[in-house]
Design a protein around this ligand. Structure first.
Ligand code: PHE
Length: 465
């Protein structure tokens, strides 16, 4: 049934379109997108760098108050549009009587997702390399120099990085090429439960082998004297990254969402699951770090240098180390498939079959990924924007990351909030989100109109200077 007339569907149900087979399927897919390197790699190390508990509290507040309303708005726009984000935004702007330039938001998201996947795949490839290191016992009994050397050796070797990057991209293309139900949904239904089982297993291992009380203390005892302004803004910025919101990836997923699913309730579930995974990852990692007298604030190397050192010292370290990096791989893949989806959908809108679209887009993204590969070795001294002091010493990889994490995600998030809060009629907004006439609806709209854009603006300006 087409409900174009009500404005709920901008485009109507003209062409048959695949749908997630259930609300649960969507929750798993969206959670799969949200749970990624951001949860298992980035969250623990930024928590470590920012002193623990107080940072975690602020992060939770940012997710709840700013991240989730924007995520809900993004999914809702996708479901109303029912096409690729670019086409959806164009159609919605027409139906809602707004400027056709709103499609630019989706164009920016398109470019950002493309760039994001190009380097995400390289880092995803590291987890493949580390599965093989852990499984072959490379960490067992190794000292800090040896383990540091392993990471340095990986980054220094363009052929090795390229190999793992290629394997990672190939997996993504195969899954996405097979389609929404036969490919993505099937893979996600298998991978997400696996992810939770692995994570719980690893937390169990940390309880037995690690200094669990210190780990819990570090994550949950809030000492606000340890939190800087910098930390607050990092928390807010990361809320977007971890929820995958702002670059229209969730809009693409929302386009397959059955009409009867209540969006507001669903995104809360996604937010809770995403947060749970980040916290559990912290509980799996920090007890091991403390038990081995290592440094929680080690930065990006926390997972690839500090943690292997811990695994190398412990009973069962080879097995659990392998499982840990396998977990990282699973989390990365289910996020990566969401990044290529808007691109493939856009090609589909232009009549390119899904398999060909996934392959073609995958090849281009893979090629761009080679810039990231080279940023760690042959091009490590190449700083294209080095003449601007903000970008001094930044490699191409650093610039890509900046473009996506510091510019596209917050800007896109702000635009989505403004569209939902200011352009859409209040009744339509409530109905599309599944909110009643009560306080929740008004609060939601208030957040989208004022709080989210203001918060994003602050992070954005801060990240620029
Ligand atoms: N949320 C993913 C993570 O935490 C990253 C991501 C960002 C995925 C934006 C899609 C879009 O790793």
């Amino acid at each position: 049934m087409s409900r174009t007339g009500t404005g709920l569907d901008a485009v109507g149900a003209a062409a048959p379109r695949p749908q997630w087979s259930s609300r649960l399927a969507f929750i798993l897919a969206a959670t799969g997108s949200a749970v990624g390197l951001g949860n298992i790699w980035k969250f623990p190390y930024i928590t470590g760098e920012n002193g623990g508990g107080a940072f975690v509290l602020v992060y939770l507040a940012c997710i709840a108050v700013i991240g989730l309303p924007i995520l809900a708005a993004e999914v809702m726009l996708g479901r109303r549009g029912r096409h690729s984000p670019i086409r959806s935004m164009a159609e919605l702007a027409r139906v809602d009587g707004a400027s056709p330039r709103w499609a630019w938001v989706a164009w920016m998201g398109f470019v950002a997702a493309f760039v994001l996947l190009s380097f995400y795949s390289v880092v995803g490839g590291w987890s493949l390399a580390y599965i093989s290191h852990a499984a072959t016992g490379a960490f067992t009994g190794a000292d800090a120099d040896t383990i540091g050397g392993l990471f340095g050796g990986l980054l220094g070797s363009a052929p090795t990085l390229t190999l793992w990057h290629s394997v990672f991209m190939l997996m993504v293309v195969v899954i996405v090429g097979a389609g929404v139900n036969a490919g993505m949904e099937r893979a996600i239904n298998l991978l997400m439960p696996l992810l939770f089982v692995l994570l719980l297993l690893l937390v169990g291992y940390a309880v037995v082998e690690g200094d669990f009380t210190r780990g819990v203390d570090f994550l949950f005892a809030a000492d606000f004297s340890k939190l800087s302004t910098d930390g607050v803004l990092t928390a807010l910025g990361h809320a977007f990254f971890t929820l995958s919101t702002g670059i229209c990836v969730m809009m693409a997923y929302g386009s397959f969402l059955p009409r009867e699913v209540n969006i507001a309730r669903t995104v809360v579930t996604i937010g809770v699951l995403d947060t749970l995974v980040a916290l559990l990852a912290g509980l799996a990692i920090f007890p091991l770090v403390f038990a081995n007298g290592l440094e929680p604030g080690a930065g990006p190397g926390l997972l690839f240098v500090t943690l292997p050192l811990a695994f190398g010292q412990m009973t069962g370290g080879a097995l659990f180390g392998t499982l840990f990096f396998f977990l990282l791989l699973v989390a990365a893949i289910t996020s990566a498939i969401s990044m290529i989806e808007p691109v493939v959908e856009w090609l589909e809108d232009r009549g390119v079959p899904r398999k060909a679209g996934a392959l073609g887009a995958g090849l281009l993204i893979w090629a761009l990924g080679l810039c990231t590969v080279l940023s760690f070795n042959h091009w490590a001294g190449f700083h294209p924007l080095g003449f601007i002091s903000r970008f001094e010493g930044k490699t191409l990889f650093d610039l890509f990351d900046f473009l996506v994490s510091n510019l596209a995600l917050p800007l896109g998030g702000m635009a989505i909030a403004i569209y939902a809060g200011w352009i859409m009629k209040p009744e339509l907004l409530r109905e599309s989100l599944g909110l009643g006439d009560g306080l929740a609806g008004s609060l939601f709209r208030f957040v989208l109109r004022f709080l989210s854009p203001a918060a994003v603006l602050i992070v954005f300006l801060y990240n620029l200077v």
